[in-house]
Unconditional design. Structure first.
Length: 590
């Protein structure tokens, strides 16, 4: 039906007869001459309708926004002074000879070039939203990322193998989406939270190098970077160690950024242990663009009488730390605003010291807390933090998690608010994660990655005696403060897997019930293997600068896990429920 895409026209097309198809993006009537910007997936082309072509002019006159048009005409240069440098076709226009309305459009609920649309409006009318240039750009870039990933892994000898969408419910950290079975009344499938167990079975089956770009499902509370269904780049390989699997996937990310964004990432990516990341940055996914760090003062504060700091230092799992902000010219209101910010993370306050003259202690320091700290302690704080005249020190004192969360978030916010953050991309491997973290609610150890993560060599004996000190062969890839991928070397020996289950409080009977199909097959000569999974949605969102992964997913859900376009989830009729042997309980009264 057409000879060219609208956005592909250029000066080389001048004099050619072309046929374009697309949507009427904008219509303008300039004193008897009608202009229509015709839009397709490649961009815009300006079409001119002259009254001399009566039939074409009349059709253009009654055309409105989002009408689907077919236009035949001659390409000519735009008059001097009317070139549009913002369009690929901006040097030329099409003088229309014929035009056909392929389909009229009802008046759209919003203008496609409106930048102030609410997300509710956009998601309700998602089809129209997807016509907008930013969404067209985002989804096409997503396609290019996926193709770059596939090309890379194909060249590395990996093969794409599909794993089931209907599987067994297994505990993997979040609630499963359950699918009732009609054939087996009272029994359920689950949608996979990840292909974790199946990709390990593929290694036992001898496929050696597997990858998949796959949908995963988690029934959890949502936020900007979470969706109930999301897309994962899933990778597993046999006969590899940590260094090998990291090298393969680091090269993949570098290749994708070079191909899609023409960005050259650092090589090799720096590495940092989990312990160092938490100590210096209060986060296991530190944003290395921000040139601010935490200083640990816990041991020092065990020597002071100031109850706020001493109480936190003596607390089991407590921490006292300082965040140095160089040359910080912050007003009292700004400090109050940052105090309110850290309260979101559980901090009860935000103590500070302003360094006016570090050579004169304590008079050279300005803060309500200075009088509670001995001069030698103040001197040590300045020495450890490296604070200079004009700097500001913020303090956190509480359980380590609260201090890390609060000061870690404050570090990033201050960094970006006040110009302590550089531009560009800063990748990082975080390694040597703890095997377990303590679950206060369940009063038991929980796997930090998953129960099939291998302990560090020499740490197997700690699983029974001091599980909190055992480190794993787990690793995360971090980029600009976001975890974009996480993985580990897996357990392939039955006796080690049993030790991990015991540390987690999982009995043999429970392990057999939940993971029996994996455990049964690991006994048949399972090779050493490991892998990683990347969040495709998150990577693409970062590449496009989108604020939410919803902006890089064609048909996403809201933060309440609803699709405003299709009105899902929705009720089903009684017949369908009976077929599934289900009956709904009455909703609880408010």
């Amino acid at each position: 039906m057409r000879t060219h895409y609208c956005g592909d026209l250029s000066a080389a097309s001048v004099g050619h007869s072309v046929t374009l198809c697309g949507w009427a993006h904008r219509r303008r009537d300039h004193g008897g001459v009608i202009f229509i910007d015709l839009r397709d997936r490649e961009g815009l082309a300006q079409v001119v309708f002259d009254p001399d072509r009566a039939q074409a002019f009349a059709t253009a006159d009654r055309s409105r926004s989002e009408y689907v048009l077919k236009v035949t005409g001659t390409v000519r240069r735009r008059p001097e002074g009317t070139v549009n440098p913002n369009l690929r076709s901006g040097e030329v226009e099409v003088l229309a000879h014929e035009v056909e309305v392929l389909n009229p459009s009802a008046p759209p609920p919003f203008q496609l070039d409106d930048d102030n649309l609410s997300e509710t409006t956009r998601l309700t009318h998602r089809v129209l939203d997807l016509r907008r240039e930013p969404m067209q750009h985002n989804l096409r870039l997503r396609y290019r990322v996926a193709m770059a990933v596939r090309r890379y892994f194909d060249a590395q000898g990996f093969i794409d193998i599909e794993t089931p969408m209907l599987t067994r419910s297994t505990p993997e950290g979040a609630r499963d989406y359950l699918v009732p079975s009609r054939v087996h009344p009272g029994e359920f499938f689950a949608l996979p939270q990840s292909p974790q167990l199946f990709k390990q079975l593929l290694m036992v089956a001898g496929f050696d190098r597997y990858y998949q770009i796959v949908k995963c499902f988690r029934d959890e509370d949502l936020r900007a970077d979470r969706q109930p269904e999301f897309t994962q780049i899933d990778i597993e390989a046999s006969f590899v160690g940590e260094a090998e699997i990291q090298a393969i996937n680091e090269a993949m990310i570098r290749s994708v950024f070079k191909e899609v964004l023409e960005v050259k990432l650092a090589s090799p990516f720096p590495r940092m242990t989990y312990a160092e990341a938490m100590s210096r940055f209060g986060s296991d996914k530190p944003d290395l663009r921000v040139a601010l760090e935490l200083t640990d003062l816990t041991d020092l504060m065990k020597t002071v009488e100031f109850k706020v700091f001493r109480g936190a230092a003596d607390l089991p799992g407590g921490r006292v730390a300082a965040l140095r902000v160089p040359k910080a010219d912050l007003t009292r209101k700004e400090i109050d605003d940052y105090t309110a910010f850290v309260a979101i993370y559980g901090a009860k306050g935000l103590a500070y010291i302003r360094v006016n003259d570090r050579a004169k202690l304590p008079d050279g320091l300005q803060s309500p807390i200075v009088k509670f700290l001995p001069v030698d302690v103040l001197a040590e704080i300045l020495e450890r933090s490296g604070a200079q005249d004009g700097d500001l020190l913020f303090f956190g004192a509480d359980r380590a998690k609260i201090v890390n969360d609060a000061l870690g978030a404050l570090r990033v916010k201050l960094g970006h608010d006040k110009g302590y953050a550089e531009q560009g991309w800063r990748p990082l491997w975080v390694v040597d994660f703890p095997m377990f973290e303590w679950d206060d609610e369940a009063k038991r150890w929980a796997a930090m990655h998953h129960p099939f993560t291998s302990p560090k060599d020499g740490h197997e004996d700690l699983l029974a005696t001091e599980p909190g000190k055992a480190l794993s062969k787990g690793y995360d890839m971090v980029l600009n403060g976001s975890e974009i991928g996480g993985g580990s070397i897996r357990i392939h020996r039955a006796e080690v897997q049993s030790k991990v289950f015991r540390a987690l409080g999982i009995s043999e009977a429970e392990a057999e019930l939940k993971f029996g199909f994996l455990l049964d097959n690991l006994q048949y000569g399972a090779p050493p293997h490991g892998g990683i999974a990347f969040g495709l949605d998150r990577i693409v969102a970062m590449m496009t600068g989108a604020e939410s992964i919803r902006d890089v997913i064609a048909f996403p859900k809201t933060q309440r896990a609803q699709c405003l376009l299709t009105h899902a989830p929705s009720p089903v009729d009684e017949k369908q429920l009976r077929e599934l042997s289900l009956r709904l309980r009455d909703k609880p009264k408010p």
